[in-house]
Design a binder for this molecule. Structure first.
Ligand code: BGC
Length: 422
């Protein structure tokens, strides 16, 4: 026996001894590829490697996760699921209903999830009352990011109303800057649209139209007013296929070429990765008119049932879940990602101003019925309805029609998505 085969045999023997940790491997599907996202997922890879496990990165390019979901479906249907996959909201229910997810109640009890997670997060992680997914963060989609130097140079503060926004936009455009940086992809347009719907219509309207899909709300004058405001923003938002990814748009704000980006707080991960500081280099503010309102987007890993996997791989899967809910992962990951921890029992003292505002508005919104699920990020509807919503908003963004015709078209698309079987 050579020295190395002897070492291997010895490690294999150690793994079989009861009470000793077993090194297994995890395959984790995600779509976190931008600068801030990659730094975030590395925190989890590192924690798993420190436990002696192997991390098999199953990464699928594409912001918003559309490509990742298609790839996942293909893999699972071929009988080869990953250990865990970044799946969100109502899609978690779908995978659980089909019997692919594992019950992780024992781990949830061990780490007292019920005491640590607010009800809205806990509910999203459960199917029929059983935990089947573990949350990594809470993102807020109704954020506006601004380059501070540009605002200072034209002498405006971050707008808190649309009237202020219009005034600032005119000054910024006159000074030769791009007003809004927006990646030209349907999911990004849908993300902007939902925040305008919340701002113009308010929480009750948002809930009725975009969560419950009440036909009267979808066809109301309020929805027409939402389209009217959305189309006015397009005037300051040059779209081009050369500017596709959301993080390319964030770079324009970081580099001082554009003043604003409307985007969820994963954008903050890009500012942080570039060493930019909140309130010095950039400003975060709620989308005008949405102070104390919160459109949530919870990232989570659904845990797959690894029937027939080795004991070591099962152990690695359990350690993955344990690591995700651990204080230290939750802190560093969310600092890098731009989000807040889903655990409301954690201290926010190590977080920046934007994250602290986010946490306090998350709690305030929960208390005043203004904590609402993001339709653009799979929290409010199934992936099918979300797909039709994306498609229609994408189409209307490229070819705007009158606001009332737009409302009719969108209502039809959402209705279609609700009834079509996919
Ligand atoms: C996810 C974020 C991600 C963003 C851009 C969102 O749907 O929740 O984690 O950073 O898409 O890919």
């Amino acid at each position: 026996m050579t020295l190395s085969t002897r070492t291997m045999a010895f490690s294999a023997m150690l793994c079989l001894l009861p009470g000793l940790p077993q090194a297994g491997s995890v395959e984790v599907l995600h779509y976190w590829t931008s600068g801030g996202e990659a730094r975030s997922v590395q925190v989890l890879q590192q924690a798993m490697q420190e436990d002696g496990h192997t991390w098999d990165d199953f990464v699928v390019q594409g912001g918003g996760g559309g490509n990742a979901m298609a790839t996942l479906q293909d893999r699972v249907l071929r009988g080869n699921p990953p250990t865990a996959a970044q799946i969100k909201g109502l899609d978690i229910q779908r995978w659980a209903r089909l019997g692919f997810l594992s019950n992780i109640n024992d781990l949830a009890d061990e780490q007292q999830w019920d005491e640590r997670l607010p009800p809205v997060v806990a509910a999203a992680m459960q199917y029929n009352g059983d935990y089947v997914a573990v949350p990594v963060n809470v993102h807020r989609t109704n954020w506006l990011w601004a380059n501070k130097r540009i605002l200072d140079s034209v002498g405006v503060a971050v707008p808190t109303t649309w009237a202020e926004f219009d005034r600032a936009a005119d000054l910024i455009a006159a000074a030769g800057y791009r007003v809004i940086a927006q990646g030209h992809q349907d999911w990004q347009h849908a993300t902007l649209f939902e925040t305008v719907a919340l701002s113009v219509g308010g929480p009750e309207f948002y809930q009725a139209a975009l969560v419950e899909h009440d036909f009267r709300a979808m066809r109301s004058d309020t929805m027409d007013a939402v389209f009217d405001r959305y189309y006015r923003l397009l005037e300051h938002m040059p779209l081009s296929d050369d500017l596709g990814e959301w993080n390319q748009a964030t770079s324009l704000v970081i580099n001082g070429e554009a003043a604003f980006q409307f985007m969820g707080d994963w954008a903050k991960g890009e500012f942080s990765a570039e060493g930019k500081v909140a309130n010095t280099d950039y400003v975060c503010a709620p989308v005008p008119g949405t102070q104390n309102q919160f459109l949530f987007n919870i990232d989570s890993f659904a845990i797959f049932d690894l029937r027939g996997a080795s004991q070591a791989d099962q152990t690695a899967q359990n350690d993955l879940v344990r690591n995700i809910m651990d204080d230290s992962f939750q802190r560093t990951f969310n600092q890098n990602k731009g989000s807040i921890p889903p655990r409301t029992d954690m201290s926010m003292s190590a977080f920046d101003d934007c994250a602290r505002v986010s946490m306090s508005e998350f709690i305030a919104a929960a208390a005043n019925d203004s904590l609402l699920p993001s339709i653009a990020h799979g929290m409010a509807t199934t992936g099918t309805v979300q797909g039709y919503f994306y498609e229609k908003i994408g189409e209307l963004t490229v070819n705007p029609i009158s606001p009332s015709e737009s409302s009719r078209e969108l209502a039809k698309a959402i209705r279609y998505g609700q009834y079509v079987i996919k």
